[in-house]
Design a protein around this ligand. Structure first.
Ligand code: NDP
Ligand code: MG
Length: 385
C-alpha cells in the first residue's frame, strides 16, 4: 500500500489523481492533501478519503472547513500548512499538482524529508530547477514527471545511454489558437482561449497552451529533469496529441510514446513506477480510429512565448524565474480581463528586458525576484504601458 500526499487536490490534476487513488484502493491511500480556496470540494474529498491532514490556503477558510469536517483530519493553513501536508505523514510520495511557483517550497521540503516527488507543477522546476535537482541528488530522491510529454520522454529514455541521444522532441498540440495568424489573435476572448481542442485542464495551463508558453515551460522542465542542453531539445507541432513526445538517438532511430490524451495515464505511471497497473475506465488507443497523425515545424515567430522561454532557459540564472513570474502575473491579468491576449507575451518580454540576471541564484534571491517581477508587470499596467 502506497501512502500519497496530494498538493492541489481540487485542481484538474488533483481530481484525476484522486480518481487513480480511488480506482486502486488496494494499492493507494491518501494520507494528506492541500487545496487552495475550494473548501466545498475539500470537504467532500476529506469525507471520502479521510486524510490525516488537509492544508488550505487561508486561515479564514480553514476555520470554516474545521467546523464542517466530521473526520479526524487536521485542517492547517498557509505556506506552513502546505509544507506540513507535504512532509508530516508517512507518505512515500508527494504528488505536487498545485499551480505556480507556490509549489517550490513544499517540493524542497518534501525532498529533504526523502519523499519521492511526482511532479505536475512545472513552474517549480522552471523557477528554481537547479535548486530542486541539486537537492534531489543530495537526498537521493527521485523526481518522477507527471507532465505527459516528460512522462513520455522518461519512458522513451528508459535505460538508454544519454550520450547516445541526439534530441528530445516535445510535441505541442498548438492549443486553442493553433490555426490562427498573429493578426487574428489580436481580439481573441478569454472564453475562446479557454477552449482547448484536446485536453481539459485548469485555466492557467490552458492559457499557457494557447500562448505556447506551456511548451516553453516544458522545454525548461525537460532541461532540468533530463539534464540535456537546450540545443538538444526540439518542439514539433502535432495537433492530435497522440504522440506525447519522442527521443531521437544518434543512429537516427526515434522512439515515441503514444496514448490517449488522458492525464490519468502519466499520473498513475508516476505512482506505480517502475511497475504498471491497469487504467480503470481507460480508453484503448485504436490507431485505425485515429487514421492520420500530422506534424508541422514549429514557427517561433508565430509562437513568441516559446522563443522567449528558449532565451530564458539558455540565459539561465534568474531569467527563467523572471519568465515564469511574469507569465503567471500576465495570465492572471488576461483571465481577469485587464490585458489582451497578445499583451501577455509583451509583458513577459518587457520584464525579461528590465530585470537583471544573476547566475546560480539562491532560494531567497529567487523568491525576491519572483515577487519583484510580479510587481513590475503590475506597474506596467498601472502606467498604462
Ligand atoms: P488547477 O488550476 O486546475 O488546480 C490548481 C490547484 O492548486 C488547485 O487545487 C488549487 O486550489 C490549488 N492552488 C491554486 N493556487 C494556490 C495557492 N496560492 N496556494 C495553494 N494552492 C493553490 O491546475 P491544474 O491541475 O491544471 O495544474 C496543476 C499543475 O499541473 C500546473 O503546474 C500545470 O502546469 C501542471 N499540469 C497540468 C496538466 C493538466 O492536464 N491540467 C497537464 C500537465 C501539467 P483551489 O482550486 O482549491 O483554489
Ligand atoms: Mg504537458
Amino acid at each position: 500500500m502506497k501512502s500519497v500526499s496530494l498538493l492541489g487536490a481540487t485542481g484538474s490534476i488533483g481530481v484525476q489523481t484522486l480518481d487513480v487513488i480511488a480506482s486502486h484502493p488496494e494499492q493507494f491511500k491518501l494520507s494528506s492533501m492541500s487545496v487552495g480556496k475550494n473548501i466545498e470540494a475539500a470537504e467532500k474529498i476529506i469525507s471520502k478519503f479521510q486524510p490525516e491532514i488537509c492544508a488550505v490556503q487561508n486561515e479564514e477558510d480553514a476555520k470554516i472547513l474545521r467546523s464542517k469536517v466530521r473526520t479526524s483530519t487536521r485542517v492547517v493553513s498557509g505556506m506552513e500548512g502546505l509544507i506540513e501536508a507535504a512532509v508530516s505523514t508517512d507518505s512515500t510520495v508527494v504528488v505536487n499538482a498545485v499551480i505556480g511557483s507556490v509549489g517550490l517550497l513544499p517540493t524542497l521540503k518534501a525532498i529533504e524529508a526523502k519523499k519521492t516527488i511526482a511532479l505536475a507543477n512545472k513552474e517549480t522546476l522552471v523557477t528554481a530547477g537547479h535548486l530542486v535537482m541539486e537537492q534531489a541528488k543530495q537526498h537521493n530522491v527521485a523526481i518522477l514527471p507527471v507532465d505527459s510529454e516528460h512522462s513520455a520522454i522518461y519512458q522513451c529514455l528508459n535505460g538508454e545511454d544519454p550520450k547516445r541521444v541526439e534530441k528530445l522532441i516535445l510535441t505541442a498540440s498548438g492549443g486553442s489558437f493553433r490555426d490562427r495568424t498573429r493578426e487574428e489573435l489580436k481580439n481573441v476572448t478569454v472564453k475562446e482561449a479557454l477552449n482547448h481542442p484536446n485536453w481539459s485542464m485548469g485555466a492557467k495551463i490552458t492559457i499557457d497552451s494557447a500562448t505556447m508558453m506551456n511548451k516553453g515551460l516544458e522545454v525548461i522542465e525537460a532541461h532540468w529533469l533530463f539534464s540535456f542542453d537546450y540545443s538538444k531539445i526540439d518542439v514539433i507541432l502535432h495537433k492530435e496529441s497522440i504522440i506525447h513526445s519522442m527521443v531521437e538517438f544518434v543512429d537516427t532511430s526515434i522512439i515515441a510514446h503514444l496514448g490517449q490524451p488522458d492525464m490519468r495515464v502519466p499520473i498513475q505511471y508516476a505512482l506505480t513506477y517502475p511497475d504498471r497497473l491497469e487504467l480503470i475506465n481507460g480508453k484503448r488507443l485504436n490507431l485505425w480510429e485515429v487514421g492520420k497523425l500530422h506534424f508541422q515545424e514549429m514557427d517561433y515567430d508565430r509562437f513568441r512565448c516559446l522563443k522567449l522561454a528558449f532565451q530564458a532557459g539558455t540565459a539561465g540564472g534568474l531569467m527563467p524565474t523572471i519568465l515564469n513570474a511574469a507569465n503567471e502575473k500576465a495570465v492572471e491579468l488576461f483571465l481577469n480581463g485587464h490585458i489582451s491576449f497578445l499583451e501577455i507575451e509583451e509583458l513577459i518580454e518587457r520584464a525579461m528586458q528590465k530585470l537583471s540576471n544573476v547566475s546560480k541564484p539562491d532560494l531567497e534571491t529567487i523568491q525576491e525576484t519572483d515577487n519583484r517581477t510580479r510587481q513590475y508587470v503590475e506597474s506596467l499596467l498601472s502606467k498604462g504601458r
